[in-house]
Write a protein of this length. Structure first.
Ligand code: 5RP
Length: 232
């Protein structure tokens, strides 16, 4: 589903490993951190295992990340057990020049937004294929209440988007929260804050995958010449 070819001599997987390791520099010893979801975060979780004694644990954004953290001996804490987080580390499907992101390719966007909102800083880890001028080339994930899917498909059509239910094995994908995902193509999201505000209010929308209010503060971008740190 990527819209940019990987021009780097390093594979996309190698770039993910690079940024996953680089994110260790943002882990605050003695403090619980927030952990996102996806193949880039999986590289981070592998790296985090090497410093697991230095942190009390992590708040996880998905069942998948929880299983990985626990398998590596990293305690997982419930969101209600912590007051707040200093840092949240997660990937993105797209990130623009202001740190606004599209997320949810791994269907974990709702919990990702919740954990991101608990944190003072969002550190995005991504390979360079995720960098865009304008959000929207990647099909926008939107978590929806199942009975609202058809009306929401029509609403997106009115704004020029083609929304389709995400399927797995021919059946609608069911998220960790028991809901469905619409993937919306054909949108150019020029004003991510306004777009997030607008779509979040539509009845039946659980979470829209535009992360504008919970944008990245820092992005560790894996490039052909190494890890580039972007601050927003
Ligand atoms: C999951 C997400 C991921 O952060 C996003 O899809 C990027 O994933 P990957 O690191 O596998 O490219 O939002 O819901």
């Amino acid at each position: 589903m990527r819209h940019e070819p990987n021009a780097s001599p390093l594979s996309q997987d190698a770039l993910k490993t690079l940024v996953g390791r680089a994110a260790l520099a943002h882990v605050v010893p003695g403090q619980v951190l927030g952990v996102g979801t996806g193949s880039t975060v999986n590289k981070f979780i592998e790296a985090l295992a090497s410093v697991r004694e230095t942190i009390p644990g992590a708040v996880s954004s998905s069942e998948a990340s929880t299983q990985r953290l626990l398998a590596l001996g990293i305690p997982v804490l419930q969101a209600h057990a912590v007051e707040g987080l200093s840092v949240y580390i997660d990937g993105a499907d797209e990130i623009d020049g202001q740190g606004f992101m599209v997320k949810g390719g791994g269907a974990a966007l709702t919990r990702e937004k919740i954990v991101a909102a608990m944190a003072q800083r969002f550190v995005c880890i991504a390979d360079e294929s995720k960098q865009v001028q304008t959000l929207g080339a990647f099909p926008l994930p939107v978590e929806v209440i199942p009975m609202a899917a058809a009306p929401l498909v029509r609403r997106f059509a009115q704004m020029g988007g083609q929304a389709a239910l995400r399927l797995i094995g021919g059946q609608p994908l069911v998220t960790d929260n028991g809901q469905h995902i619409l993937d919306v193509r054909g949108l150019a999201i020029d004003d991510p804050l306004a777009f997030e505000d607008r779509v979040s209010q539509w009845p039946g929308v659980v979470t829209v995958g535009v992360f504008a209010h919970q944008k990245a503060h820092v992005c560790l971008l894996g490039t052909a010449t190494g890890v580039k740190t972007l601050t927003f």
